[in-house]
Design a protein around this ligand. Structure first.
Ligand code: M6R
Length: 596
């Protein structure tokens, strides 16, 4: 998803390297275009932008030489208008007196562009960021001062967004927040603003979080926050961030994805310590025990964790739970929802629009909203009645790995506790992941030649491993660009079996208790010439009946199935690298999806 960054200093200086560094730090959000604009003491605006990666565009356009006292940088992830030079941000107004950039979506962009063209404005792109700048221009043309024009611009712009704007003749950056993230950084010689915290921490540890419906006016030596509605001043304390950014560096791994896969034992242990000590757990349990209906709600990988959680709740606490994709919750369950129901909203970013929309509507129905969040300070955290942190640290790579583990582990912990089981058994879970990582890597790599010539295949699971198969298939799709379909293994014979031919690969993820069911499915494939790859325990029957086993080292049944996601994560990662792709930033994807 797009990212914006702004800097304002007392004196003119070379700003290029800072803008490039900020762009790099925002790049984990996913993007297809990049641009920077600076303004110097003579009020000259230097705007450079293009489609492409930060490294290539910044080298081609010599971002590093850009100078001035203020600058705005933007990474764009295309929603309105194709990725191209003209649609890249920042944008100018008609007279090139203003420049600005946005993050998020202006949903009435097409209508606004028509209106601006009728007004005689110069509209250069089809991108909605440009509409933010023209909206300010619209009110400046009507005689308003910049601050008031920025405030009024929000009455034209529909959607969820944040935008930055600067104007010739003023040593200020105006920043608006309406639905997308915005954080201010307070520096020694100047001030900064960004879509998120990680991109500010190389400059300062003193920050102010801007809330929805607020605007900030940044000057070199002060920052003023005001309510957009009436322009009244908001007093907000400066926060000191202690968190280390070490986790946002690759630490010797070739990619963040691999680093994050290898961080799983540690983050799982951190989470277990936190859950054991958390006073919120009892509250969570009390709420869940008294609910009429319980919904686990998320999207993508977070939804798969919900599905895993629902199986764990049924099996261990004997409580039925409805796992549901956030947008479908609105259609399928919202009409009958009430204050007796609980939604557990799950999101790594805490900013996924599909999830926040479901949460907003659930709250209108007076449903109770609990959150599982990784990003503290996120919208989900603020909107939940109360929340449990996932304690994963920054997850930089677009494919979610360690957050899936900790989301599922949280559900497993709650299910075990509510079922009166001994949760200390879970303390062996991190070790099981560690052993699986060290023992399965070699076999996983041996599977690559079996699958590499196929651009579509299946990953099947059953019961507890059904969500794991879905998650493995999503990971493979996401980073290898192959269609790997995740499916309930018993469904395979009801149609997809027809795709099996000589050597066609099928992955089976099998929990120990489901080996007999799996054996039928495996043989239905192998007797038709298919190649079966099994992720399970080193069982003789499985060995005899399948082509290849990726063995999970012996561990407790309670978490065996969850551990079996690890080889699938590795398989996705190594297959992606083998194809020459960048698994951290798969094409077309974004880490934080703040759009419909
Ligand atoms: O931040 P969230 O957990 O709400 O994100 C939801 C999905 O967009 C996300 O899990 C996506 O499916 C992952 N990139 C998959 O690896």
């Amino acid at each position: 998803m797009c990212g914006i960054f702004g800097i304002i200093n007392q004196n003119e200086k070379i700003l290029g390297p800072t803008l490039i560094e900020a762009c790099k730090r925002l790049s984990y959000r996913g993007y297809d275009s990049v641009g920077c604009a600076t303004m110097d003491e003579k009020w000259t605006i230097d705007l450079r932008k293009d489609a492409g990666k930060v490294e290539e565009v910044s080298q081609k356009l010599l971002f590093s030489e850009m100078k001035g006292f203020s600058g705005i940088a933007q990474l764009r992830w295309a929603t309105f208008g194709a990725p191209s030079q003209v649609n890249a941000q920042p944008h100018f107004d008609s007279a090139k007196e203003l420049f600005g950039a946005h993050n998020g979506n202006v949903v009435n962009n097409i209508q606004l562009r028509e209106m601006f063209l009728k007004e005689g404005m110069t509209v250069r792109s089809t991108n909605d960021g440009e509409s933010c700048v023209h909206s300010v221009e619209y009110f400046i043309k009507r005689g308003f001062e910049t601050e008031e024009a920025v405030r009024r611009a929000t009455t034209l712009l529909e959607g969820d967004y944040a935008f930055l704007l600067a104007r010739k003749g003023e040593k200020k950056i105006y920043a608006v927040k309406k639905g997308s993230g915005l954080v201010i950084g307070i520096g020694e010689d100047g001030n900064y603003v960004s879509s998120d915290l990680p991109s500010l921490l190389f400059l300062t540890r003193k920050i102010i979080r801007v809330e929805d419906g607020e605007m900030a006016i940044l000057e070199p030596s002060k920052v003023t926050i005001k309510k957009i509605e009436d322009g009244s001043i908001v007093k907000r304390e400066v926060e000191k961030i202690e968190e280390e950014m070490e986790s946002a560096k690759k630490g010797g791994f070739s990619h963040f994805m691999l680093k994050e896969i290898y961080e799983q034992p540690k983050v799982a242990m951190d989470l277990l310590h936190l859950l054991n000590a958390s006073p919120i757990i009892e509250k969570f349990i009390e709420k869940l025990s008294n609910a009429r209906n319980i919904y686990f709600i998320g999207c993508g990988t977070s939804y798969h964790a919900c599905l895993f959680g629902a199986v764990a709740f049924a099996q261990y606490s004997k409580i039925p739970v409805i796992p549901i994709l956030a947008p479908q919750f609105i259609a399928q369950y919202l009409p009958t929802a009430s204050q007796r129901d609980i939604g557990v909203f799950v999101s790594q970013s805490g900013e996924t629009k599909d999830v926040l929309r479901a949460l907003e509507l659930a709250k209108e129905k007076k449903m109770q909203a609990l959150g599982l969040v990784n990003v503290l300070g996120s919208s989900l955290m603020k909107m939940s009645d109360f929340y449990l942190p996932l304690a994963c640290g920054y997850e930089i790579s677009v494919p979610a790995t360690k957050t899936f583990i900790n989301q599922s582990l949280t559900f497993l912990y709650l299910a075990a506790k509510m079922g009166g089981m001994d949760t200390s058994l879970l303390m062996d879970f991190p070790k099981a992941i560690q052993e699986t990582l060290s023992k399965s890597e070699k076999t996983v790599r041996e599977v690559i030649p079996i699958i590499k010539n196929y651009d579509e295949y299946y990953c099947l699971g059953y019961g507890f491993t059904y969500p794991i198969a879905l998650e493995g298939a999503l990971k493979i799709k996401e980073v290898t660009y192959c269609h790997c379909e995740g499916m309930l293994s018993t469904e395979f014979k009801h149609g997809p079996l027809s795709s099996v031919r000589e050597n066609y690969p099928i992955i089976f993820v099998v929990s120990k208790t489901d080996i007999p069911v799996a054996l039928s499915g495996i043989n239905e494939v192998s007797c038709r010439g298919g190649t079966t790859i099994v992720i399970s325990t080193e069982d003789e029957r499985l060995k005899l009946n399948s082509k290849k086993i990726i063995a999970i080292p012996p561990c407790n049944d309670l978490f065996f199935s969850l551990v079996s996601v690890v080889p699938l994560q590795l398989l996705a990662y190594y297959s992606s690298v083998e194809k020459g792709y960048d698994p951290d930033f798969p094409r077309n994807l974004s880490k934080t999806l703040t759009v419909d």
